[in-house]
Design a protein. Structure first.
Length: 334
C-alpha cells in the first residue's frame, strides 16, 4: 500500500550503509522526473529501503514523502531487505548505459524544449537557489551509474563501429573496443585503441609511405609523422616527403641499424629528434602558440592531452638520448 508520510516521521534507525554516494545527482533526477520508486517503510514508519532517496528528498525540501508500507518483515527480514536492496541487482554495462542515456535523452529533450519555450530556466525552487538546471544529457546519464564523459567515449566508439564509410579493420577494432569496455567496465583504454586505429588509417590515407611504419609495428611513429607532415604546405611538404622516403628506404635496407659496436647511430637519433621536434612544434602552432597552450589543454579531451604529452615526452627523451650518445665523443674531442 502506498501512502504519504511526513518526512520527519520516518525513522532511519541503525543502517549498515554509511556512504550514500552522490546524493546531489539523485536529487536533480528526482526534481526533474519525480520520485519513481517510493520509499519503503514498516507500519511503525521504520525505513526498510530507500535511504538515498530519503536523503535526496530532504535536500530538496520535501515535507511529505510517498511510501510503500510493507507488513510482512520481522527483524531478520529488515536486515536482509537492506542487504538485498544493495546487492541483488546488476548494473548497466557501459554500452547498455550509453544506449539507456540515448533513450532517456530522446524522451526528455521535448520536455526540456517546452520548458525553455515557456521561459522556465530554473528548477521549481527545490534545488539550491542559483544552481543551473542540469543539461538533458547530464540528467539522462545520472541514472546509469556512469559519467557523461565516459558515455561520450562509448558513443564515439559506437559511431566508429557503425560507420560504413570507415575501413572494416578500423570498424572491427572499434567493435572489439566496445566489447572490452563491457568486459572491463572501463572506457579509457579501449577508446584509445579505437581512436588510434582511426588515426592510423588517416595517417596512411594522407601519406601512403607511412604504411611502412604500420607494417613494422610502429603505428605510433606513423601517427606522429603524419601529424608533423600535416603542419607543412608546398613546397616544404614535398621536401619533407622526399626526406621521409629516403629514411624509409634506408630503414628497409637496414642502414639505420648499427652493424657493429662502433657506437650509437647518430643519424637515426637525429631523425627521431627531427620528427619529435616537428610534432611538438605542430602542437604549439595548432594550439595558438605557447601563450594559449594552457587554455587549449583546459578545453581538450583526455585523449588529446595524452597525445600532446606523449609528443613532448618523445622530444625530451630523444634529446636526452642524443646528448648521452654524444657525451663520449665530446670527451674524446677535449
Amino acid at each position: 500500500m502506498t501512502v504519504e508520510l511526513p518526512i520527519d516521521a520516518i525513522t532511519v534507525g541503525d543502517r549498515h550503509r554509511h556512504d550514500l554516494g552522490a546524493i546531489a545527482s539523485l536529487a536533480e533526477s528526482i526534481d526533474t522526473l519525480g520520485l519513481i520508486h517510493p520509499v519503503v517503510v514498516t507500519p511503525d514508519h521504520r525505513l526498510v529501503a530507500g535511504e538515498r532517496r530519503l536523503a535526496a528528498l530532504r535536500s530538496l525540501g520535501w515535507d511529505m514523502v510517498p511510501v510503500t508500507v510493507i507488513h510482512s518483515l520481522d527483524e531478520a527480514g529488515l536486515v536482509l531487505a537492506e542487504q538485498h536492496e544493495n546487492t541483488c541487482r546488476k548494473d548497466f554495462t557501459l554500452t547498455e548505459a550509453a544506449a539507456m542515456r540515448a533513450a532517456v535523452t530522446e524522451v526528455l529533450a521535448p520536455l526540456a524544449a517546452e520548458r525553455m519555450k515557456a521561459g522556465v530556466s530554473q528548477p521549481s525552487g527545490k534545488l539550491p537557489e542559483g544552481k543551473p538546471r542540469p543539461q538533458t544529457r547530464d540528467v539522462a546519464a545520472s541514472g546509469t551509474g556512469y559519467s557523461g564523459r565516459t558515455l561520450d567515449k562509448v558513443d564515439r566508439t559506437r559511431e566508429l563501429a557503425d560507420d560504413t564509410t570507415v575501413p572494416e579493420p578500423v570498424r572491427e577494432t572499434a567493435r572489439e573496443a566496445l566489447a572490452e569496455m563491457d568486459r572491463t567496465n572501463n572506457a579509457d583504454a579501449a577508446y584509445k585503441k579505437a581512436a588510434e586505429a582511426q588515426q592510423l588509417h588517416g595517417a596512411i590515407t594522407d601519406f601512403p609511405d607511412l604504411t611502412h611504419y604500420a607494417d613494422t609495428g610502429r603505428q605510433d611513429d606513423a601517427i606522429r609523422l603524419a601529424a608533423a607532415l600535416r603542419a607543412y604546405t608546398e613546397p616544404e611538404l614535398s621536401v619533407r616527403l622526399d626526406a621521409l622516403r629516403r629514411t624509409i628506404a634506408a630503414d628497409k635496407a637496414g642502414k639505420l641499424t648499427p652493424k657493429n659496436d662502433e657506437g650509437p647511430d647518430y643519424r637515426a637519433l637525429a631523425d627521431k629528434m627531427f620528427y619529435a621536434a616537428n610534432n611538438a612544434s605542430s602542437v604549439i602552432t595548432n594550439s595558438g602558440g605557447t601563450d594559449t597552450i594552457t587554455t587549449a589543454i583546459a578545453h581538450a579531451d583526455q585523449l588529446t592531452i595524452a597525445n600532446w604529452r606523449s609528443q613532448f615526452q618523445a622530444l625530451a627523451a630523444t634529446c636526452h638520448e642524443l646528448a648521452q650518445a654524444c657525451t663520449p665523443k665530446l670527451k674524446v674531442m677535449k
